[in-house]
Ligand binder design. Structure first.
Ligand code: LMR
Length: 352
């Protein structure tokens, strides 16, 4: 009997030992699968995020086309885990506050006209250098190159990363007072600029006054005669209907609208490898679409402006353009020194 009792005790003990061991191994399995989750956070799983992209122009523009391409790529490739909200028309932030809200990470991507960034670094004056780039491709090559990247890098002190240049294109002058075909015609006009001392000096040299006004206040400023004119791409002139309040357009391409696609460094660094790869590829896709659509949309806008017939379009002849170039040469030379002669030489080399 005692023997049987002993055997029973041994059997029960063995059973207990086995079941405890089994429990241990199953709890190990659970913890190893949750550590897979942990691993996911640091590199394997796509993070669930909402990303905001803010800009100031209309919906039928190259900037919006690029932003939508980014959104579509990122949302599709993340299987909907990353949501991208695009805010055009200064709906979220305007010219005056978008940069500081990027620094505060209240918005994850902004795409400002570089002329609005000249207070951050003089290198962003490059698109305002009179008649510098012959076309979008030359401007793109500059910003994709060593010197362009160097300028973007200088924003890192603010916790901002410059990811890519998106072109809009050459700017032309509009005004409500008179047809312009030579430098003297600007005398006495008051022109709105995007900002910065270089644009101001260009108009100063042409004996015109200038003032910087945010883009979302521009239509009203033109309508009310706060300013007589402005300079912009066909796409911006047409999509914001400036032709309703500007009787004259002079096609001269003296300066450019080029954008900097910017993100917040902390936000960027918070992305794990897999998430960052999707967002980076979304940025590349947006850049491709913005670059492909810029010239096309500007050409279409010029045609629409001609069809609407509200603004008289004066296309300057090469000789007339030479007249403006000659007049603005001293400003160009002076600003080449201010921006950096190495930078301007590099930019000029992209026209070949
Ligand atoms: C403007 O203010 O005229 C432009 O810079 C707007 C833009 O972003 O293209």
């Amino acid at each position: 009997m005692k023997k049987i009792q002993k055997l029973l005790v041994v059997a029960v003990t063995l059973l207990l030992v086995f079941s405890l061991a089994a429990c241990g191994s199953s709890s190990k399995e659970t913890s190893s699968s949750s550590s897979g989750g942990e691993k996911g956070k640091s590199g394997d799983d796509i993070q669930e995020l909402t990303i905001k992209i803010s800009h100031v122009v209309a919906e039928n523009t190259p900037k919006q086309a690029g932003a939508i391409a980014m959104k579509e790529y990122i949302e599709k490739e993340s299987g909907g885990k990353i949501k991208v909200q695009v805010y055009p028309n200064s709906q979220l932030f305007g010219d005056k506050d978008e940069y500081q809200n990027l620094v505060a990470n209240n918005v994850q991507f902004i795409i400002p006209d570089m002329s609005k960034m000249v207070g951050n670094d003089p290198g962003f004056n490059v698109p305002a250098m009179p008649f510098l780039f012959k076309d979008d491709a030359a401007a793109e090559a500059f910003w994709d190159g060593e010197k362009g990247k160097e300028i973007f890098k200088r924003l890192e002190k603010d916790g901002v990363l410059g990811l890519a240049m998106w072109p809009n294109g050459a700017k032309h002058m509009t005004n409500n007072k008179k047809a312009i075909s030579k430098p003297e015609d600007l005398k006495g006009l008051k022109i709105r600029t995007q900002g910065g001392q270089l644009l101001e000096e260009i108009y100063g040299k042409l004996n015109a006054g200038s003032v910087s006004i945010p883009f979302n206040e521009l239509y009203t400023a033109l309508q009310q005669g706060t300013v007589d004119g402005e300079e912009n791409t066909f796409s911006n002139i047409e999509s914001k209907k400036f032709d309703e309040v500007q009787k004259y357009t002079t096609v001269m391409g003296h300066t450019r609208v080029d954008y900097a696609l910017l993100t917040n460094t902390k936000f960027w660094d918070s992305l794990n490898e897999k998430t960052k790869e999707i967002v980076q590829k979304g940025v590349d896709q947006g850049t491709k679409v913005a670059r492909e659509s810029a010239k096309k949309l500007n050409d279409e806008s010029l045609k629409k402006l001609k069809d609407r017939g509200q603004t008289k379009i004066n296309e300057l002849s090469p000789a007339e353009i030479e007249g403006f170039k000659k007049e603005l040469q001293p400003i160009y030379d002076e600003w080449a020194k201010k921006i950096g002669e190495d930078i301007i030489k590099d930019a000029e080399s992209k026209n070949k």
